[in-house]
Design a protein around this ligand. Structure first.
Ligand SMILES: Nc1nc2c(c(=O)[nH]1)N[C@H]1C(S)=C(S)[C@@H](COP(=O)(O)OP(=O)(O)OC[C@H]3O[C@@H](n4cnc5c(=O)[nH]c(N)nc54)[C@H](O)[C@@H]3O)O[C@H]1N2
Ligand SMILES: Nc1nc2c(c(=O)[nH]1)N[C@H]1C(S)=C(S)[C@@H](COP(=O)(O)OP(=O)(O)OC[C@H]3O[C@@H](n4cnc5c(=O)[nH]c(N)nc54)[C@H](O)[C@@H]3O)O[C@H]1N2
Ligand code: SF4
Ligand SMILES: [Mo]
Length: 760
């Protein structure tokens, strides 16, 4: 099978023409138009966006008591004055008619009735106490997507004695994080702005948006830096690249090992840095001897000459060359080899001597906050029990996994075994975001108590005994947060407008719940007390913080490795990892093929890849009529399929196709394109909402998770989300008409939502 033959020039020409079309005519710029034609807002409030995990600094302009316009806070280093489409649109979801507006209780017939907050707290507390008395604290889990409220939820779990704090990372970045932590003691930030050579492997900041990455890449490109994008799919960041390497999915480890080989064999690595700051270089050199570019070519589908050229180019401009540590795609949680891929990436960076160097990888500099006075505000003792899922438990099943995040895809197994009996789910949607949502939903249904705190009736909320509605970010004050990095910062989120419904902020919900459960003594403070105590050593007042929204931390980042070394046990870069060795894994990364192979010669079989789109956040924003409007307009819910493979299957662009495997089957339209490797299809991750109560989202597209079994990668226990083979075929007439009917209904619901929005 050949790698698609598509030139970057073809794509750029099309993009440039489209851009030129827009530039024709004497139109003023958007910014100029906004200034000249729009009356002044009443107030502008600095705060933090809540539409995704980047937490960009926003300035929310308020008119007639409503958020009216959102602009970027130029002082915030992550966003640098930029706001993406989601940041613009999600703020309006406070008025979304499908929003949760009051506490709900499930009735005997499976419907939901509104109840007062006090009743909800009392009933939840009574059930929880009964479960704690009968089964102990190990029967309770709390699953969330980290936000600052996590400080409260962790305290709540400590106070009841349960170690089972769970979060999303095994379905996001765990493989990457464990690989880097074990090698460099942390996950560094890339210093894009000052780099001369950037390699992105399965990282697409133009769509898996991180605004500062894009600004940094653009700034570096303008100064002549080269950009290499490695992705089986020509993602939107590849449009900016000098090289797009259309690698065979799941084989990045072979490519990175071959780069290590060339750097060492051709003496291009930074020997001074390695001798001074590394352990196990000899073992590394021995292992990668075999991994020549010629060895990697048939595995990856990338020409040996190209592999060698890029290693030489990196070696030439080191230390201002790096491979970005990445996030989700490729080696966050996708393949059986992802954790070792991350280790190999960390190792190549260390060979380039770029660790904590300008234009290389920066060890993030933190900001040390104060703490509450423990004499007045006693801290709950830490739980004595070991985590039920074994994450990070010495001698357990997953000793190297991240103990502070746990393993959400093990919830079904632990419910089935009778371990978990009660669950709290906060700002997280396991019945959609985790692999095999059907099994997850069955398990959640078996719990004696499920409490979901959300802003929308998610799939998980629709399984809960109690649903508690939270304020949205523009309606609430929040705990201070810090941003470690090259420019360490302190940020605050604050209330812009009062809540539009009977909703409460997470910190208040946890505090009130704690009081009802009888552990209120650990919550004898207000959020303001905490913020003031945290800010105290920084010499910043809460008032100053609220006025500015973001302030620089007191201590600037400094180039070079710290005198005390880095955060590994040896304090050095661990080319050889004793921790890997003692846990039974390769101490120096060696080639591991992906666990599943696409059967050769089967015309309908593909590996299923997945990824983010610029206009949606996971499963949160498909409810938003503005953002879903973009999806409808451009058919963004379609799966990508390689043109040559599609032709062989009789599939034309826009055709309805059936995607199926032993777990599920779904019908969706096809985007037929040269810009994806023939072996894989690509499915966007924002679609396939199964909650009828989310009227704009429901019925649009399909979700990759329904095709993905629950699995645990051996080292970091991530969910191996791309170890999935599916079959694709053209839909027959009956399948097509059923799908068209479903799509037409979804479109009608969207049109109704747009109309209702215009009237509001
Ligand atoms: N718009 C938007 N931005 C977001 C988010 C969001 O939901 N929406 N979420 C945030 C979060 S939580 C995350 S984790 C990040 C995710 O950010 P990324 O990790 O950059 O995003 P993805 O699109 O998941 O994956 C990037 C690319 O990996 C490619 N890929 C898949 N398999 C392979 C492989 O085997 N090898 C290689 N080399 N590439 C592969 C995919 O084709 C995809 O283009 O985005 C963050 N930013
Ligand atoms: N199908 C699918 N699966 C995925 C992904 C995907 O995009 N699609 N992405 C993968 C990745 S990279 C990640 S990080 C995880 C993310 O997985 P999740 O953590 O589940 O994803 P989110 O979309 O961030 O949050 C989910 C829930 O939080 C609710 N929510 C949003 N804002 C608030 C708020 O302010 N307060 C409260 N209480 N609730 C809120 C949303 O309504 C939604 O129900 O999923 C992984 N799995
Ligand atoms: S990237 Fe967009 S959605 Fe995410 S925090 Fe920034 S502005 Fe908000
Ligand atoms: Mo993520």
């Amino acid at each position: 099978m050949n790698v698609p033959q598509i030139t970057r020039r073809k794509f750029l020409t099309a993009a440039t023409l489209a851009g030129a079309g827009l530039a024709v005519g004497p139109l003023p710029s958007l910014a100029a138009w906004q200034v000249s034609s729009v009356p002044k807002p009443e107030r502008i409030v600095p705060t933090i966006c809540g539409a995704c995990g980047n937490h960009c600094g926003l300035l929310v302009h308020v008119k007639a008591g409503r958020p009216w316009r959102v602009t970027g806070n130029p002082d915030h280093d992550i966003s640098r004055g930029k706001v993406c489409a989601r940041g613009q649109a999600h703020v309006l979801d406070i008025y979304n008619p499908d929003r949760l507006t009051q506490p709900l209780k499930r009735t005997a017939d499976g419907k939901y009735e509104p109840i007062p907050w006090e009743q909800a707290y009392q009933e939840i507390a009574a059930k929880l106490q009964a479960i704690l008395a009968a089964s102990g604290p190990g029967a309770v889990f709390w699953a969330d997507h980290p936000k600052s409220v996590k400080w409260y939820t962790d305290r709540f779990m400590d106070a009841i004695g349960s170690p089972n704090k769970i979060s999303h990372p095994t379905t996001c970045h765990t493989g990457r994080t464990v690989g880097f932590n074990m090698t460099l003691g942390t996950v560094p930030n890339s210093d894009f702005d000052d780099s001369q050579y950037i390699v992105l492997i399965g990282r697409n900041p133009a769509e898996g948006i991180n605004p500062s990455m894009l600004s940094g890449i653009t700034a570096a490109r303008e100064k002549g830096a080269r950009l290499v994008v490695v992705d089986p799919r020509m993602n939107n960041t590849a449009m900016l690249a000098d090289d797009w390497l259309a690698i065979r999915a799941g084989t990045d480890l072979a490519l990175v090992l071959a780069w290590a080989h060339v750097l060492i064999a051709e003496n291009l690595y930074d020997a001074d840095f390695v001798n001074k700051n590394g352990v196990g270089f000899e073992q590394l050199a021995q292992v990668v001897k075999q991994y020549t570019p010629e060895w990697a070519e048939p595995i990856t589908g990338i020409k040996a000459d190209t592999i060698r050229r890029i290693a030489r180019e990196m070696g030439k401009v080191r230390p201002r060359a790096f491979i970005d540590p990445s996030w989700y795609g490729a080696f966050g949680c996708h393949y059986a080899n992802s954790t070792q891929t991350a280790r190999a990436v960390a190792i190549v960076n260390a060979l380039l001597g770029n660790i904590n160097r300008r234009g290389g990888l920066v060890l993030p500099k933190g900001v040390k906050l104060g703490s509450l006075d423990a004499a007045k505000h006693p801290e709950p003792p830490k739980p004595k029990l070991a985590r039920a899922d074994g994450a990070g438990v010495p001698g357990g099943r997953f000793p190297l996994a991240l103990g502070n995040f746990g393993i959400p895809q093990m919830i079904p197994e632990l419910v089935e075994q009778g371990v978990y009996k009660a669950g709290f789910v906060y700002h997280h949607n396991p019945a959609r975001a985790i692999t095999d949502p059907t099994r997850m939903a069955e398990a959640l249904r078996k719990l004696e108590l499920l409490v979901v705190i959300d802003i929308f009736p998610s799939e998980t909320a629709m399984l809960a005994h109690y649903v508690l509605p939270e304020t949205m970010y523009v309606e609430m004050d929040d705990l201070i947060r810090t941003f470690p990095g090259k420019r360490p910062q302190v940020l605050i989120r604050q209330r812009v407008v009062p809540p539009v419904a009977d909703v409460r902020p997470g910190s208040e919900i946890v505090t009130e719940l704690a009081q009802a459960v009888g552990i209120g003594q650990y919550f004898n403070f207000t959020e303001e007390d905490v913020n003031r105590a945290w800010l105290k050593p920084l010499g910043i007042t809460l008032e100053e913080m609220k006025q500015k929204g973001v302030l620089d931390g007191p201590e600037p980042w400094q180039e070079g490795l710290p005198a005390a070394g880095i955060g590994t046990p040896s304090k050095k870069v661990e080319f050889f990892s004793k921790r890997f060795e003692s846990a039974g894994f390769d101490a120096v990364p060696a080639w591991i093929p992906p666990q599943t192979a696409v059967p050769a010669g089967d015309p309908g079989a593909f590996r299923m890849l997945r990824g983010h789109q610029a206009i949606h956040t996971h499963n949160t924003t498909a409810v938003n009529p503005h953002l879903m409007g973009i999806t409808h307009r451009y058919g963004l819910e379609r799966i990508w399929i390689n043109a040559g493979r599609a032709e062989a299957l009789g599939i034309a662009d826009g055709d309805w196709v059936v995607v199926e495997n032993e777990m599920a089957s779904g019908t969706v339209r096809a985007h037929v394109t040269e810009a994806i490797h023939p072996e894989s299809i690509f499915m966007p991750t924002a679609y396939g909402c199964a909650s009828p109560a989310q009227r704009v989202a429901n019925g649009v597209g399909i979700s990759p998770n329904v095709f993905t079994p629950i699995a645990m990668e051996a080292i970091s226990a991530h969910a191996m989300m791309a170890e999935v083979v599916v079959k694709v075929r053209k839909a027959d007439a009956a399948e097509r008409s059923a799908a068209e009917e479903r799509a037409a209904e979804a479109l009608d619901r969207w049109k109704a939502a747009v109309k209702a929005g215009r009237r509001a």
